[in-house]
Design a protein. Structure first.
Length: 292
């Protein structure tokens, strides 16, 4: 156990935190040339690991990375990380880097990918944020366009998100929403964004440049099931401010209602549709069909 209480593995071997070291020539360290996925447990089982694996493959393909570990290995390692940690519910991150190679952007000589596992207790966000809505901000930092490293890739390149979160923290907020260069809403630093106006749920379309959140996907399914009108749409920060209800979603946050965007109070917090959607999502979380 480290001073943070994390359970760590390198290339499948569990190591103590002081021994958890990778080479300075690992391209993950040098260039952020890595991908990752975060799976959580529900009732001690992996939740939606199949969807996380599919996204991991998508990330790898977009970076021309042929994964050296197969799905069975990755699934088992997520399970082993949870078992090794020994707690109730876990946050389980697997990072795959390009590996060690010469000091060059060229990765042809990086032969062996580095696989790192980090497990910790599942985040506990303040109850107040669920009961009364959290505070978020609209960041000045823009989400990088799809034509650069596509934000659909869950990569080790999170510097824009790091800077945006710093803006949030400076204003006492939990999350920061980033626009793209056109000024359209994309997503927050580690969560997706939804708005509700006149009974219609909207979330930014993937073409705006964002991560296709696993939770986002479940929420789209939930809306369909509950017959709540739902659109993948294009909207601006001003439209978000004018919403009746706003919520953010992610593996650790589930559905978190938004009470304030900066100093602007959202009309209904939490609104009745947000509550309905959150409850239906909780049922999906505990559905054994979604466990691996
Ligand atoms: N982050 N957008 C970004 C940029 C993210 O990093 C994440 C997840 C999400 C939500 O996706 P999902 O519903 O699949 O968790 C959206 C994880 C939790 C993290 O980095 O810890």
């Amino acid at each position: 156990m480290s001073e943070y209480g994390y359970t760590i593995s390198i290339d499948g071997k569990f190591v103590s935190e002081p021994d958890a070291k990778v080479s300075v020539l690992d391209h993950g360290f040098l260039f952020g040339d890595s991908i990752y996925e975060v799976v959580r447990t529900v009732d001690g089982k992996l939740f939606a690991a199949d969807r996380h694996l599919a996204r991991l493959h998508g990330s790898a393909e977009k970076l021309n990375m042929q994964l050296q570990r197969d799905d069975q290995w990755l699934l088992q390692h997520w399970r082993d990380m949870h078992a090794k940690r020994g707690g109730v519910e876990s946050y389980l991150r697997i990072i795959i880097t390009r590996g060690v190679g010469p000091l060059s952007l060229d990765f042809t000589d990086c032969e062996k990918q580095t696989v790192i596992g980090i497990a910790k207790p599942l985040n506990k966000w303040p109850d107040h944020d669920y009961a009364h809505g959290c505070k978020i901000v609209l960041a000045q930092v823009r989400r990088n366009p799809k034509q650069s490293t596509d934000p659909a890739v869950k990569s080790g390149n999170y510097l824009n998100n790091v800077l945006a979160l710093q803006e949030a923290r400076a204003q006492g907020a939990t999350e920061a929403v980033m626009m793209n260069v056109q000024g359209h809403v994309t997503e927050a630093t580690t969560s997706n964004v939804f708005m509700i106006k006149d009974g219609v749920v909207k979330t930014p379309a993937l073409k705006e440049g964002l991560l296709e959140g696993v939770t986002r996907g479940f929420i789209l399914q939930v809306c369909q099931k509950l017959e709540i009108p739902c659109e993948e749409a294009v909207f601006t920060g001003d439209e978000l401010l004018g919403a009746d209800e706003v919520f953010i979603t992610g593996t650790t946050r589930d559905v978190m209602p938004v009470g304030f965007i900066g100093d602007h109070k959202i009309k209904l917090t939490p609104g009745s549709l947000t509550i309905k959607i959150a409850n239906a999502y909780h049922e999906m979380l505990h559905d054994p069909n979604n466990h691996q």
